[in-house]
Ligand binder design. Sequence first.
Ligand code: FAD
Length: 419
Amino acid sequence: MTVPASVLVVGGGVAGFGTVRELRRRGFEGKLTLVDPQGLPYDRPPLSKDFLTGETDAHRLLFAPPAWFAEHAVELVTARVDRMDLTGEHPAAVLDDGTVRAADAVVLAPGGRPRPLDVPGGDRPGVLVLRTRADAEAIAARLHFGARVVVVGAGLTGSEVASAAREAMAEVTLVSASPAPAAAAVGPALAARLHALHAARGVDVVQGRVLRIEHADDAPGLDAPHRVHVALADGGEAALDADLVVAAVGILPDAALAAEAGLELAVDGGILVDAAQRTSDPRVLAVGDAARRRDAAYAAPAMHWEPALQDAADAAAALLGEDLPERGAPWFWSDRHGVHVEGVGAMRPPEGGRIVDREVRGTVVASFALAADGAMVGAASVDDPMAVKAARRIVDRGIVVDPERLADPSVPVKALLRG
Ligand SMILES: Cc1cc2nc3c(=O)[nH]c(=O)nc-3n(C[C@H](O)[C@H](O)[C@H](O)COP(=O)(O)OP(=O)(O)OC[C@H]3O[C@@H](n4cnc5c(N)ncnc54)[C@H](O)[C@@H]3O)c2cc1C
């Protein structure tokens, strides 16, 4: 395979920037261009954590200072790619200023976009989502003492927003369709513990589904007051008044460019790639939240930070014709209400498998998913990153573990590496 003389990367999130950085780290000397309408590449996880609470500023979100791009001969183009043209000899990106950029290889890294809140009024101005720094700034500006904040969706992002809003002394209501919303990520017992933490920290938790959002006209003088109507899980209906509504109901892969260019898509709309991150057009690779691997060992798409970075490493290696790096089970973290959550692998055990919970004085601190043969396939913990670190090695090696020792908090998880 010939190493391309020029590479164009579309999107400067962790996957796109990671690809650029990894290409240079591996010695790629060709022309390298990164296009993103948001300018200097920045990191997203702090947006729902320290950035929202004001403990981190925009400067500290940057992956690299401006000088890095000149030092590494990376051309940073602040523009949006409107369309990909794959009909010519070289793949080309048509930018929103009308210019066309062609390269020997293109890496698509457009990330994900928030799933819209698909109810009447779900698109009202002031019903905010959180994906970009500008989104976070808009939310942060409205988080203050006494502000009535309704967060719709209690997954990882919604929970973090609720936590940050409480820290700002806002009056927070969290609407969750499920009593244990993060169960797929951390298992049912830890999910229930984490969900209960919201109420313990003063968040009003409402179980139900939002029906519609209207203007709350009996709240004059407030900026964008809303009335959120919720069908409650117990069959009733509630109306919540809010100064701010944050919709955190999931992320969709942003595959618009790929779809329009005729690249093959996965059933959920992500861009289908092989183990080398190549799309159905081998000159075009895709990485990060927008990409879906054909060979995925884990049914659910990862859509987390570290898998996006692993995609970047794979793409860079593939472009240079080098061996692909070893890749283990996907890992993620999340922080809310002062607790740190980590997970690895798949927490929905395959058929015949089971979940083993580890408790300390009646509180679940970690959960492990085992396959029918006893091999660990997933793990999650609260405030015990070492347990997940060890579990990750166990999962990656497919080690069969003793469920009794796994449940015993006096046995360090790493002791089970020996089986
Ligand atoms: C608020 C928040 C908190 C998170 N917290 C965690 C966490 O705690 N732990 C964890 O593991 N993961 C977390 N994640 C997930 C993680 O950040 C994502 O998985 C990761 O950002 C995906 O990287 P990406 O590069 O694929 O996409 P993105 O980070 O979305 O970057 C995509 C980039 O592409 C650009 N782009 C899009 N379309 C175009 C176009 N047409 N032309 C040019 N550029 C384009 C966008 O402007 C954007 O900069 C969080 C995500 C968010 C939003």
